[in-house]
Design a protein around this ligand. Structure first.
Ligand SMILES: Cc1cc2nc3c(=O)[nH]c(=O)nc-3n(C[C@H](O)[C@H](O)[C@H](O)COP(=O)(O)OP(=O)(O)OC[C@H]3O[C@@H](n4cnc5c(N)ncnc54)[C@H](O)[C@@H]3O)c2cc1C
Length: 402
């Protein structure tokens, strides 16, 4: 783009969701400016596994494939899971990919690996102008245009502004969009673990007395722990030595599925906060990913919801004639669709997490629900369909295929 031209979209935030949004728009012929405070750091093939791993649903993978980014994800850095088991009290439910005609129920991937894959692809796109590292000094949102002033004095003009700038979004504040916040007073303890037997590709979760404990498969048969516990318990668990920590973990996991825990990598404790923006668009501004909402990690849906935002935005903008077509109504449509979906998914996750406050009763009620699901194939089918997110991305993948 030459100076003084107007971008079709200015995207603030080049994390996984913002980078995917920029690529999606550029691949459908839009001129995009992508701004981030930083560039993703180098992620060498032999780097130790990053503690920030996420579950990528089949729908998210399909969207990343359509964007041309998934081919840059190195097979040695991801692990597929074809089996999922959830246990609460005496009840449990199991999902197998083959039962639902799928190759896998999902993939566990490091966030830096996904970011590197997306950036590798977006840097090839001549329709994307990257401003990173760059600080946003000011934003002006008018009826007919948005402008963003960078700290180095550059001024960018755009037809719309997309906020993919994470949970503490500045774009959201600049657009005057409300956000409701709920502190769970919980933290997620995450660490990579070694176990007696190698994890064969199972995502396992138990609702323990302290909170949901998940073991997700990693490359080389290791498991990623995500254990959401109350702040006080998190302090105690973080203060333990590795051996003591593994003992307490084994006690709460009850019958750890891959035998004894033999080693733990560095532990991190991440505060858990639910946020919901409403609406998800105002005038020429729309929010995506964690800027739109952040959810409890127990269902592994945060990033998947963000990538479903990208798919919905692409659909809402299908047929948009940039130069003489005000995008406001299209962004409002995007907002309505994604808001109801966010509330449904985030509300469901929230309700499951809240059963912990009912103690033993809540655990047994959940367990009874899981057991009932075990014997109800249609209910499992609906659940898997929803969790896989293939329907959400179908139209967008078609649009990207041209
Ligand atoms: C413990 C834990 C486990 C999780 N597990 C899963 C899982 O299994 N599956 C899943 O789907 N999700 C999971 N999530 C959620 C997932 O990690 C997030 O939803 C997702 O990474 C959010 O991506 P994003 O691109 O929206 O935001 P971010 O990754 O926060 O990216 C925001 C970007 O904006 C940039 N930025 C911010 N402000 C500015 C500014 N003013 N100017 C310029 N740039 C700016 C930042 O530098 C950053 O690059 C988990 C979360 C936690 C805490």
């Amino acid at each position: 783009m030459s100076d003084n031209e107007t971008f079709d979209a200015i995207v603030i935030g080049g994390g996984t969701v913002g980078a995917a949004a920029a690529l999606a728009l550029a691949r459908t012929g839009r001129e995009v400016a992508l701004i981030d405070r930083k560039k993703p750091s180098e992620h060498p093939e032999d780097a130790p596994l990053d503690p920030r791993v996420v579950a990528v649903s089949p729908g998210s993978k399909r969207l990343l494939e359509a964007l041309g980014a998934w081919r840059h994800v190195r097979p040695a850095r991801i692990a597929a899971y074809a089996d999922m088991q959830v246990v609460a009290g005496k009840g449990e439910v199991r999902f197998r990919a083959t039962e639902h005609g799928l190759a896998a129920l999902g993939w566990i991937a490091e966030l830096p690996e996904l970011d590197q894959a997306l950036w590798q692809e977006l840097q090839k796109r001549r329709r994307i102008s990257v401003f990173a590292p760059a600080d946003v000094q000011d934003m002006a949102i008018e009826d007919d245009e948005v402008t963003v002033v960078l700290a180095d004095g550059q001024t960018l003009a755009g037809r719309m502004l997309l906020g993919a700038d994470g949970a503490k979004s500045r774009v959201r504040s600049a657009a005057g969009i409300d956000v409701t916040t709920h502190h769970y007073n919980q933290r997620a303890i995450v660490a990579h673990l070694d176990t007696e037997q190698s994890n064969p590709g199972t995502a396992w979760q138990r609702f323990t007395d302290l909170g949901p404990l998940a073991l997700l498969p990693l490359p080389e048969g290791r498991s990623s722990l995500v254990w959401s516990v109350h702040d006080d318990e998190a302090d105690k668990l973080m203060a333990l030595g590795d051996d003591e920590f593994l003992e307490v973990l084994a006690e709460h996991a009850e019958e750890p599925p891959f035998g004894a825990f033999t080693a733990t990598g560095e532990r991190h404790a991440l505060p858990l906060i639910r946020r919901q923006s409403k609406p998800l668009a105002s005038g020429r501004v729309a929010l995506l990913g964690d800027a739109a909402r952040s959810v409890h990690p127990l269902a592994g849906q945060g990033l998947n919801l963000g990538l479903a935002d990208v798919a919905a935005l692409l659909e809402a903008l299908d047929g948009w004639q940039q130069a003489n077509d005000d995008p406001t109504n299209r962004l409002a449509r995007y907002s309505r669709r994604r808001w109801s979906d966010s509330v449904l998914v985030a509300g469901g996750i929230h309700a499951i997490n809240e059963t912990r406050t009912l103690g033993e009763l809540g655990k047994h009620a959940l367990g009874a629900g899981f057991t009932a699901m075990r014997f109800a194939r249609p209910a499992r089918e609906i659940f898997v369909r929803r969790a896989c997110g293939l329907d959400e991305v179908k139209k967008a993948v078609g649009i990207l295929a041209g």
